[in-house]
Design a binder for this molecule. Structure first.
Ligand SMILES: [Zn+2]
Length: 62
């Protein structure tokens, strides 16, 4: 079953760290853990080949 709300996971997304407010770009389908470049907080975990984003998504980039 497809979940249309998951489509952002195949694109680049701009996220904001909830801790230090740093903004950075990550690939929505990241296969490894994504950490904040400033404070090193975990921002996304790989789950089943996709990234589960724990940060705030500001923008989805094409
Ligand atoms: Zn941070």
């Amino acid at each position: 079953m497809r979940n249309r709300s998951q489509e952002t996971e195949t694109k680049f997304i701009k996220i904001q760290c909830p801790k230090c407010k740093n903004e950075q770009i990550m690939f929505g389908k990241a296969s490894s853990k994504v950490a904040c470049l400033i404070c090193n907080k975990d921002l996304a975990d790989p789950v089943g080949g996709k990234a589960r984003v724990k940060a705030r998504v500001l923008e989805v980039l094409d």
